[in-house]
Every structure is written in structure tokens, then in C-alpha cells.
Design a protein. Structure first.
Length: 254
């Protein structure tokens, strides 16, 4: 994930350099850095938020250090895993690939800033950049291992899989999309989709459920903080009659 963060910042810098004047480039980068600095303060200096994060880590620790992780892993492997889930996993894990998701979000933020996709990409990228350091710290501090490496018990600093990076990266943009919706059905749809990148890691035997759950939860806390700071930008989707058919209308409210 560290390499992906560096590439993302490089993509941002490149796109800014090709899309505006030098003065405009510096202004936009400065504004983004200032906003991100505020996001870090909101996330890491808020006692209530840290308490929520601590509670999530504690809950994952209970799953990891009891038989719950192993039992769920064996249940999924024996009763749910199939060729169909394997094929679906190949596609559904892509949103959680750091080297795919982060540069795409960076590009969308710059190239489509005047559309509804711009604010979505901006908030998604900020959520990932804000929660990333916490995710890396938890990964290493807990010392959790993958199913193929043995049990899920935490052995501090002995391994780096306490939290699923795929679950975190894949969930955050979809949680932001859910929060932007006024339509309850669409909100539920995006929240449901946000679990799928993490589920692929369970399907592929790469992570235990405690690690996936913790990655998703960190994504939720990060997205929630960024979304609230952005003033609750929302969007609305509806189907409107158009000549002999219908037209999908997508609008953004400020």
C-alpha cells in the first residue's frame, strides 16, 4: 500500500501539471494538501473517533484470538466456496487493488472535477489517504497472519496482515458513494457492494473475517469523517420519461 500511495501522489502531481497554469497547479495542490491536513486532524485528534477505532480493533482482536476466525474460514471453504465465487472474485477484488483504485481516483478527481464524479473521487481519495496510515500501523502492530500461514492469533510485529488492505481500499469509495445518495435503495446498494472486495479475500483464502471486517470498518470511519467535513455532498438519481422511453437523471445537491 505504501507504493500505491506514492504512485497516487505522483499521478495527482502529473495531472495537475497538464491541466492548468503553473499558478493554478500550485493553488490546487496547496488546497488539496490543506484539506488533507484538516482531515488528518479530524480523524486522529478526535477522541471519540479514536475510541470508535479502538473498539473496532478490540472486536477484531476477539475474533482473531479465539476460534471464531478459523471456524468461519472453514465454513466458507467447505460450504460456500465454489467455481462461481472464484470467478466472481477475480472481478470483484479489482476495486481493492491499490495500484488500480488509487490512480483511477486521482485521475477522476482531476479530469472530472466539474461533474458529480469529481467530488466523489476527491472524498474517496481523501478517505483512503487519511485512513491509510492507521491501516498500515494496525497491520504491523497486530502481527496477524494469513490463513495459509496458520492461525489468526495476533503476534505483535511478527506479520503484517492484521487488517485487509483490499477490504479497506475497495470499501471506502463505495461507502462514500452510499453516503452521497438520498435514495434509500441506492444507499443500501452501495453499502452492500462495499463488502464485496473484502469478501473476495475470504473466498481466496487470503484473509480471515476479522481482518476483512477491520479493513471495512476503518474505511467506514475514514469515509464518514471526510464526508461530514465536506458538508454532506449528496446526489439524487431518478428515472424520468423521455419521448418513447425513459431517461436516467443524476444530479448533485450542495
Amino acid at each position: 500500500m505504501k507504493k500505491a500511495l506514492i504512485i497516487t501522489l505522483a499521478v495527482l502531481a502529473f495531472l495537475y501539471s497538464t491541466s492548468d497554469s503553473v499558478a493554478g497547479q500550485i493553488t490546487k495542490l496547496t488546497e488539496f494538501a490543506s484539506t488533507l491536513k484538516g482531515d488528518y486532524g479530524d480523524f486522529y485528534l478526535d477522541g471519540g473517533n479514536l475510541l470508535k477505532l479502538g473498539a473496532g480493533v478490540a472486536g477484531a482482536g476477539v475474533l482473531a484470538n479465539t476460534s471464531a476466525d478459523r471456524e468461519f474460514h472453514e465454513y466458507y471453504r467447505d460450504d460456500l466456496k465454489s467455481r462461481t465465487t472464484d470467478n466472481a472474485s477475480k472481478l470483484l477484488k479489482l476495486p481493492g487493488e491499490a495500484l488500480v483504485a488509487l490512480p483511477i481516483l486521482a485521475g477522476t478527481k482531476i479530469l472530472f472535477e466539474d461533474t458529480v464524479a469529481g467530488p466523489w473521487a476527491d472524498m474517496s481519495l481523501r478517505a483512503l489517504l487519511v485512513g491509510g496510515p492507521a491501516g498500515l500501523a494496525i497491520q504491523y502492530a497486530g502481527g496477524g497472519g494469513r490463513p495459509k500461514e496458520g492461525d489468526s492469533k495476533w503476534r505483535p510485529f511478527k506479520n503484517n496482515n492484521t487488517l485487509s488492505g483490499h477490504a479497506f481500499i475497495g470499501a471506502a469509495p463505495l461507502i462514500v458513494a452510499a453516503k452521497m445518495q438520498d435514495n434509500v435503495c441506492l444507499k443500501g446498494l452501495f453499502y452492500g457492494l462495499s463488502f464485496l472486495p473484502g469478501l473476495t479475500r475470504i473466498n481466496d483464502g487470503e484473509h480471515y473475517i476479522s481482518q476483512v471486517s477491520l479493513g471495512w470498518y476503518l474505511a467506514y470511519l475514514s469515509a464518514d469523517k471526510v464526508f461530514k467535513k465536506s458538508g454532506g455532498v449528496s446526489s439524487h438519481v431518478e428515472v424520468l420519461p423521455f419521448k418513447d422511453g425513459a431517461m436516467l437523471s443524476f444530479s448533485r445537491l450542495f
